[in-house]
Design a protein around this ligand. Sequence first.
Ligand SMILES: [Zn+2]
Length: 308
Amino acid sequence: MANLPPVQIENIQKALNLTQKLRSNVTQLFQKLSDGFDDVENNDKTLLSEIQKSLGSVNKDFSDLETGSNSLTQVTGSGNSQLLCIDPVIDKTSTYSQILQSYKWTDKMREQAAYAHALIKENPFKRTHVPSGLFPKRIRRNQLAYSYPPNRLDELINLLQVQYIDTMNISVVRPLGSSAVVQVVLGKTLKALLVFRGIVIEWVKVKGFMEEFQNEDGKVDIWSSSRYEVFRKITNHVTAATLHYYLPEMPDLAIKSIMIWLQSYSTLFSAPCQKCGKFLQNGLPATWRCLRTKKAYHEQCKLMIQMK
Ligand SMILES: [Zn+2]
């Protein structure tokens, strides 16, 4: 552009302005066409005359642009900028595909966030029901939950073990001091590891029956996840359920309830989904159990029920 004579620059500027004007008038015309038909019966003459006027101005703009474009000559000598369109670098870098990928992910994330928002709005999971103004009371209650006597928890677990000896094998170890690590083996289906702090379940991992919760040194490994997607999904569901069953006022009932609920996973590979009636969806069995009825649902089917 810098090497062009001023007359040419002026002509280009005029042509650009005319194009802009033409576009604006065409947009207005379409806008009128889309808006105006609602009341065409009452006011058809006004509408028609307006459209006629718009069409006239579009026509005029177009002729102006045509006349103006005749005065333009082909721009030569603009140097390397002409070669930009055949620049191979853009094909060699992965920027475009990365941006596309990011866009897809952002879009997906927004969609999921909308689902999450709808669900959280319906089920406000709070670890306390005390209004926010009453802080000291809340702290006291939480302290009570965290300082639950270890032997009391052991007694409770033993009681549950006796009660559900046919379906569950529950054991307690305390490798991290006073925090209890409870391992639940559910038939030949899965193993769950629940890390307690006082009476509060702070960490959950679920693995397959053939997987171990021990590292190479034979120590309890609470961090590694299952190598199977199905158990990683269940880990998420059980973690969410710990919030649902959190009841520091009645710790015995809370732990018993979650254990009974966990027991419903013994039909993980044998129960069809209660919504769609199928066993598999996206290659996964029904990984969610209703917190009230303990019935089996696929993750997607659960979302559909909760969105209703
Ligand atoms: Zn289903």
